[in-house]
Structures are given as structure tokens and as C-alpha cells.
Design a protein. Sequence first.
Lengths: 283, 310
Amino acid sequence: MQATAKSFGPRKKLPGRVLRAVIIGVFLLWTLIPVALIVITSFKLPVDIFTRVPRLIFHPTLINYTNAFLQENFLAYFINSVIVATGTTVLSMLLGTCAAYSLARLRVPRARAIAFCILICRMVPSIALVLPIYGLMQTLHLLNTYAAVIIAHTTFSLPFVIWMMLGFFQDMMVELEEAALIDGCSRWGAFWRIVLPLATPGLAATTVLCVLFSWNEFLFSVVLTSVDTRTLPVTIFGFIGAVSVDWGGSSASATIVMIPMIVLGLLVQKYLTRGLTLGAVKG
Amino acid sequence: MIVKSIDAPGRAHPSTRTGGRHFDRHILPYLMLIPALLILLAVIVGPSIYAIVISFKSWDLTNPLAGQPFIGLQNYRTLLSDQYFWSALEISGIFAVGATTIELLLGLGMAILLDELHFLKNIINAVILIPLMVTPVVVGLIWRYMFDPSNGLIYYFLSFIPGGSQFGGLTSTHTALFSTMIVDTWEMTPFIILVLLAGLSALPSDLYEAARIDGASRWQEFRYITLPLLLPILLLVTLIRFMDSFRTFDTVYILTGGGPGISTEMISLYDFDTAFKTFQLGYGMTLSVVTLLLLIVLSFVLMRLIRRRS
């Protein structure tokens, strides 16, 4: 509605509209070509990849995908990524949602100050934490375990969940909860039966973004894992050799790694603004 | 009956309610909050303190027999005279300023064009977001392929421009940093567009109508309505992008690994290499601590803005 009101009247002349369409078209190509290129390359044989002029017509092959799964042990790394992302997300969602509700509604003293400290935690860059966590994991003999990576991913995932859910709980009306409390429901009962069901969209969006961040994470994973626990981004990194890169194999792996995340990301598109600005912009 | 306070104790069933209320008011809040805080303490505050402690020690992974002797401020003194540190800081700074500027200008322009779009609006807005979701390591891989000197698409397009094949891309010390900025622009401009579109759609339309009735030109509309009203959000995305690009790691590490030479060796890469290539864990922790302090200063500015908005 606002959009129509803003472009009120026949303001834009034809050349202007054509120009706008061209610019947007070029931007779309710039956005899509690199992604499309890697997907197309994953279906190519080396003979079609190593050409001076990019080949658009070729015999598609699944050889890069079968190689990835049969020779590169790709399935094991895929499962590792699923375990790490699930572990991180479940841990962060369980603890984070409870903490956020407590901060939003339960009159904890200094709730604002605590929330602010959690925001600072979210700002701490992984690069500053990766060394101490590596040192600690070495001391605790936890290197190369799933636990180590899950704990490391919690450093960004848990503050993210708390901050996101805090925003969602603060946006919700208090009246329904109060009605439940007056009717003799306990606080926990109100949280469990009234608040959580009402917060389902927020919970779903936060869960998806948690999975996405953990799945895509590279720095902690490359430092804390070895062959048995390696996650997908680390596997992709392994394709980049000193001299040459196996473009067919790496593009097949890259396609498998990125497609699920693109799908998940588009599912929560509505909440992306909020998620990426720590709730500063509601979107 | 008017209920003044829902927490009035012992109202309905005095015996059971009082116990329940006590639990709800004095135990449950902490029961729900403390586990998360303990974890944060263990995984963020703990390691940060650990890093500070180790930064006063020498810890050389190539020489395990030496242990971790306390060397006081020696690491910090080394850092001050370490030309690679200052170079890394400079490169991070140039990268952050360059990438943020390009992304901001491109993002603002695209957001304004897209805001007025009606045709296929939802699909186009969704497609534009794709780079944000692509795994950063994959972004690095994709663009290494794009920049591949023998069969990269970039060189194919440049071959149509006279002298275009002279472009050094990722392999020349003169153009590598610029090339990484281009990649960052591809990856992160969608973030700016996303946020600015949210900002634009919240602008009051009556101001635009009034301006049109008064005969304002499109430039005047932008200059005197859009820009001032959008300024807080512009400032916010600028700061978020600046901080994030200052500490960027994944994409650049895959693209160049800091090379050629040290032309793209940013602070995060230098920190990483100190610990995992030259195995100086003590000095690496010193770099971590300094990086953290730098970013805390930056983030305080950012958080003041976020708090003002929420």
C-alpha cells in the first residue's frame, strides 16, 4: 500500500523504467551467474571444464557426484555436519529460549544489563576465540570430538538465540499469559502451553538460522576437527590444493553443501533482516 | 472484581498457590536463565580470560619441552615492533573501508530501485538474497573459479575489452586486495539491500505525496526526505558491515590464503597463521587479545546505535 502511494501519479517516464529494468537485470545476472556456474560445472566432465570459452552445451554427467560419495567419503562428512548443526541448534534453542523468556517476562533484576552483556558476547569475533578454545580443548583432550565443535559453535549460536527470542517475546502481548496465570496456571505452564505455541514462527525462524550458521561455519571446524569429525566446509577447503583445484569434484561438493542452505534461508526470508541485524531492524 | 496484580499471593487456593507463587517468582526465573549464562561464561568469558593469561606466556607448539614459561609483556612488545602485524592491520582497514563503501553505494542504489518495483517483486527480492546463504567457503571456491587465470569467467569477459587480459586478479599483489573486495561485494551487498528495503518500506508515504504536490524533483525527494529518514539505518548497516569485514576470514582464506606475498594477509589471517602455521600459540593469543580489544571498541559504538533504536 505504501509502495503504491509512494509511486503516486505517472511519475516515471518510459526511458526511466527501461533503464531501471536493465540495471536490475544486470544485478540479477551478477548475483546468479557465479552460483549457476558452479552448479553447471558440477555436471561437466574435465574436457568440458577446461576450456577457454565457457561451454554451455555439453553432455551432463553425474560422475562428479558419484566420485564425491564413493571416493571422497562425502556421506560421512555430510553426517558430521548434520550432527554438529543439530547438536548446536538443540542446545542453543533449549537453553536460549528459556533464558530469553526469563529475561523478557520474569522480572529478573538487572535484566537489561544481562541482555546487554549477552549482546557483547554475540559481538566477540570467532577469530579471537578460536585460539583459546583450541588451547582449552587440547588441555581437556577434547580435540577432534563432536563435543568440541558443538561447544565452539555455541559461542555464536546461544547469544544469537537469546537475543532473537528476547525480541520475539517482547513483541508478544502479555494479556494471554496473564489470563492463564489468573486461571491458576503456573508460570512454567503458561510458558509451555501459551507462550511457546504463540511464538512458533519465531522459534522456527531462529532454529533455521541456527542450523544455517552452524552448517556454514568454517574457522572453528577446521581447527577443532580431524578426519573422523570433519564437517562439509572443511571438506570443501580440502579440495583447494597447492597447485591445482579439482573443479569438477569441488563444484559437486559445493553444490551439495550450499543448496540445502539456500532453500532453508529462503524459507525464513521474512525473518532474515531481524536475524542478521540482531533485532535492530524488525523487517 | 478487578485484579490489580496477577502476582497477589494466596488468592485462589491459599495453601498450594503460595508455594507455587514463591517458586514462580524466586526460583523459576533463575532456573531458566542460569544454565544459559553458565554456558556463555564457560565458552566465551572463560576462553577470553584464558587468552589474556596465555598472552603473557611463551607457548611454542614446535618446542613442547619448553612448556609455557611466563614472559610478562614480551609478546606485547614484540607485537608493537612486528611489521607484519601493522601491515595486517592496514590491509584489514583498507579492505573494510573499501568493501563497506562499495557495498553501501551499490546497496543503496539497488534498494531504491527495488523499492519502487512491482513486477515480480517477491521473486527478485528472494533471488537477490541467495549470496547471503551460500556457505562462505563455497563463496571462496566459486570466486576462485571465476578468477581462475586459465578458464575463469572473469578473464573470458575481460578478453572482450582491450587490455582486459592484463588484469592481475587474485594472482597480482596490486589487484588481489581489490579482487577480494569485489567478492565481498557480491556476498554482502544483499545484506545492505535487505536492511535498506526494510527501512524504505517503513518511511511515511504522506511526506512523498506532500513533496510531489509541492513539485519536488526526484533528486530533492531523495536528498531531503529519503536520505535523512534513512540515515539511522544507513549508519547501522555501515557499522555492522565495517565490523564484519574487518574480521572477515573464511572467504579470503579460501580465495588467496593471504597471498600473493602478504598482499591480502588481514589481521584474522595473520592471527590464524601465527597459531597454525608457525605454531606460536602464545604470540597468537596476544594477537587474539588485541583483535578482540579493537573490535570491542568498534562494537561499543555499534551497540549504542542499536540500543537507541530498540
